[in-house]
Design a protein around this ligand. Structure first.
Ligand code: UDP
Ligand code: MG
Length: 320
């Protein structure tokens, strides 16, 4: 069976300055290479004119499918809505700001088409213009996730081509709190890598700030690994060992008649153990909150409308 249509999913949040350019650049490259394609833009509740521009695009460019969320649900939700909507035999995820070079899509497509592979993963050659702290933090972050889940997450990105079978596997995963980058590795399948240079953002500003990045990191870690819960156990073992040593020390002091001394030890111990307990309770609380969120079984996103060829279509429901 010939491998055919490619869906390109593009989450877009306040990208009014980018959507038109991205659509025309991608269209041109796909046409030049004779790749049958559709572009699924997911407007993630933008507060600017992104949706108007997408509606206009869907009128003039038959390859554009525009999905409109009822509010901002975040990039993860936009990715999964795109995967639901995409009709292609393979799906590529890319950013709207052309930081993922569209030329690489052709490379991914050819690897997928000519070989027996299900996933073509884009890996960052260098991390673009990121500052040292950010780099160190992301290195640590991916190491934690990688070590605890056995996946190689360094230099991973959301820029990936997935075969239809992989997309179906992802669409069947029921969790509400998702971490696409890790989930798409977790499902397995035959994976090939391509390396790309992260380009500069075409227009506008990055949607991340320190707070949202920390939130994203904590969310991804807790959605994907229970390692922090094991830290609690390790802390317990360490404090138990310390208390054993100190217990013996106290007893010896008592027997030798020096027991009035050592008051400071008591205070330090008290502070240490209570902070470890608080910290541990916090971690457990975080996971409890996650379980609570999951069992509510709310949809990951709500689609307000879908436009194609200038007409409104029926949207996909998030109904796993
Ligand atoms: N994005 C989104 N919803 C959000 C934030 C971002 O759909 O709440 C999209 C955004 O439009 C872009 C992609 O996710 O296409 C990557 O965002 P950005 O360029 O801000 O992140 P960075 O490249 O700085 O990591
Ligand atoms: Mg970007």
């Amino acid at each position: 069976m010939a491998k055919r249509m490619l869906s390109i999913v593009i989450p877009s949040y306040n990208e009014e300055g980018n959507v038109e350019n991205t659509a025309s650049v991608v269209t041109q490259i796909m046409k030049e290479n004779g790749i049958p394609f559709e572009m699924v833009f997911v407007n993630d509740g933008s507060s600017d004119k992104t949706w108007d521009k997408l509606c206009e695009l869907s009128r003039v460019n038959p390859n554009v499918v525009a999905v409109n969320f009822s509010r901002n649900f975040g990039k993860e939700a936009a990715i999964f809505a795109g995967l639901k909507t995409a009709k292609g035999d393979a799906v590529v995820l890319m950013d709207c700001d052309l930081q993922h070079p569209p030329q690489v899509i052709v490379e991914m497509y050819n690897i997928w088409k000519n070989n027996d592979v299900d996933v073509v993963e884009g890996r960052k050659k260098s991390r673009g213009k990121e500052n040292g702290l950010y780099k160190a933090f992301s290195l640590w972050f991916y190491k934690l996730i990688g070590d605890s889940s056995g996946l190689d997450m360094r230099d991973a990105s959301d820029f990936k081509l997935l075969d239809r079978t992989v997309v179906d596997s992802l669409n069947a995963m029921p969790e509400r709190l998702t971490f696409f980058r890790a989930m798409s590795s977790w499902v397995g399948y035959k994976t090939e890598k391509v390396y790309f240079e992260v380009a500069d953002r075409a227009e506008g500003e990055s949607k991340w700030n320190v707070k949202s990045l920390i939130k994203y990191a904590i969310n991804s870690i807790t959605s994907f690994t229970s390692a922090p819960l094991h830290i609690v156990t390790v802390c317990g073992v360490i404090t138990f060992l310390i208390s054993l040593i100190l217990g013996v020390h106290t007893l010896v002091n008592k027997i030798l008649g020096n027991s009035a001394a050592g008051f400071s030890t008591v205070i330090i111990l008290q502070l240490l153990t209570s902070s470890i307990i608080m910290f541990s309770l916090g971690i457990i609380g975080y996971y409890l909150a996650k379980i609570y969120e999951e069992i509510k079984k709310r949809p990951r996103f709500i689609i307000r409308s879908v436009m194609q060829n200038g007409r409104e279509q029926n949207g996909e429901k998030d109904d796993v």
